[in-house]
Design a protein around this ligand. Structure first.
Ligand code: HEM
Length: 437
């Protein structure tokens, strides 16, 4: 929030006036992305609300200044304060944690190391149609619900409402303590080292203003889990929610589903399963994933950014004042539907990526499902790999049908808003195996 008093003579960006105390909170309703999008059509791309600000150019021109995070209640209680990577303030602690994460868990080399594990999981997925990949990369093995206070990983995440956050934190704390103890106990055993081993190797190391202790390691573990599950929208992670949206769109557009299957038949055939090494040849599948991330960015408002210093960006020849500590909210959902960048913005048309190099990695500002710049998603490469791989498996191994003779255009696509936006109604579809093995 910007305090107006202090900035009386400076021009804040335009926006609705709002009420005292609540500001414009009442406007947001059930679908804040859509409301913010409509407000931006009235007030412009840089907009001031007493809740936040949204603008896209900032990502490039003011990336460093907006690379911090504001303190939030959720982060304080549920993920060990601002020690977690996602919610850490910009500074040497965040820089180092991000470096460790990039190097030890999310580098291309590490992602490749776990290729065979993802393949094993894909086979299991095809058998069980349940997704559980990243858990093994982070913790080295799958932990059952009973080991998580008997309540289940997902159910504990779901209880992340403010009142319950402290209790939730305790449940996580016990679970993480157990995982750390197990890793220390089997430290010298012959096995594939996972992310926790890598973090433990840094225990005791220090910088000028921080020291990595057991608590910091737990904070890192929790933020990775936050991306595996969401505490708003049930036991799904960012990657599997994206896969669900992609499959939903393909069910609504059977001709596109056929096109992906045809491509898979040409590249892979029907006698074996898809391998990760096939991915680069699956151009249409890639377009389907991009189009899904455009229409259904699962973290639609990204994570909130915070201004480190005052700044004065220029927009349409006007100089706006953005005070230090302002919360910056970027509406990736609205950016993907911007009529000046996308033709037929509301329609699912994978072909719109044909013959251009627009991708999802934060270089093209009309499509930012992972954010952009310094604070963009650190797990992007893993997310992209998993989404392509799982979707390819599902469409290659199965034909899909909607239940009860439902027509494709009758499939509901209502969103349930949260930090991760999933389908409001579970996707129900009937698979029939189509490979010849
Ligand atoms: C399809 C999959 C995914 C999507 C769409 C996604 C999206 C995002 C978005 C939008 C942000 C915020 C960027 C910003 O504030 O500017 C973010 C941050 C982050 N993501 Fe992801 N994510 C995905 C998968 C993953 C995975 C698999 C991991 C880890 C295993 C991960 C770990 C993180 C972390 C740690 C941050 C915070 C980075 C920081 O603050 O420096 N994400 N993600």
């Amino acid at each position: 929030c910007i305090s107006k008093g202090k900035n009386k003579n400076k021009m804040l960006p335009p926006g609705p006036r709002g009420f005292p105390i609540f500001g414009s909170l009442h406007l947001l309703g059930k679908f804040p992305t859509m409301v913010l999008h409509q407000l931006a059509q009235k007030y412009g791309d840089i907009m001031y609300l007493r809740l936040g600000l949204q603008h896209t150019l900032f990502l490039k021109t003011h990336d460093l200044n907006f690379a911090s995070r504001p303190p939030t209640e959720g982060a304080k209680h549920i993920i060990f304060g601002q020690r977690s990577l996602s919610f850490a303030e910009y500074g040497s602690y965040w820089t180092n944690m991000r470096k460790i994460c990039m190097l030890e868990l999310l580098s291309n080399q590490k992602i490749n190391c776990f290729k065979s594990m993802r393949r094993e999981e894909a086979v299991l997925l095809i058998k069980s149609l349940g997704i559980n990949m990243t858990c093994r990369m982070v913790f080295g093995k799958k932990y059952k619900d009973e080991e998580f206070g008997g309540r289940g990983f997902a159910s504990v995440m779901k209880e992340g409402l403010t009142k319950k956050m402290k209790a939730v934190n305790k449940a996580f704390d016990e679970f993480f303590e157990k995982v750390i103890d197990e890793h220390l106990q089997y430290k010298d055993k012959e096995r594939t080292k996972d992310f926790i081993d890598a973090l433990l190797a840094h225990m005791g190391s220090e910088g000028s203003d921080y020291r990595i202790e057991r608590l910091n390691i737990k904070a890192m573990m929790s933020v990775i889990n936050y991306h595996l599950c969401t505490y708003v929208a049930a036991s799904v992670d960012t990657s599997s929610t994206t896969v669900q949206w992609a499959l939903s769109e393909l069910l609504r557009h059977p001709q596109d589903m056929k096109k992906v299957q045809k491509e898979l038949e040409n590249v892979v055939g029907l006698k074996r399963m898809v391998e990760e090494s096939d991915m680069e040849k699956l151009e249409y599948l890639d377009m389907v994933v991009k189009e899904t991330m455009r229409l259904h960015p699962v973290v639609p408002l990204l994570l909130p950014h915070a201004a480190i210093e005052d700044c004065t960006p220029t927009y349409l020849f006007l100089h706006y004042h953005i005070p230090k500590k302002s919360r910056i909210i970027i509406n990736a959902w609205a950016i993907g539907r911007d009529l000046s960048a996308w033709e037929d913005a509301e329609k699912f048309v994978p072909e719109s990526f044909e013959g251009n190099n627009v991708d999802v990695r934060g270089q093209h500002f009309q499509l930012v499902p992972f954010g952009s710049g310094r604070r963009r998603c650190v797990g992007m490469q893993l997310g992209i790999t998993v989404v392509h791989f799982v979707l390819a498996q599902l469409v290659h191994c199965f034909d899909w049908e909607l239940p009860d003779n439902m027509l494709p255009n009758e499939l509901e696509m209502t969103e349930e808003f949260g930090l991760v936006v999933s389908r409001a109604k579970n996707l129900l579809a009937i698979p029939s195996y189509r490979l010849q093995n």
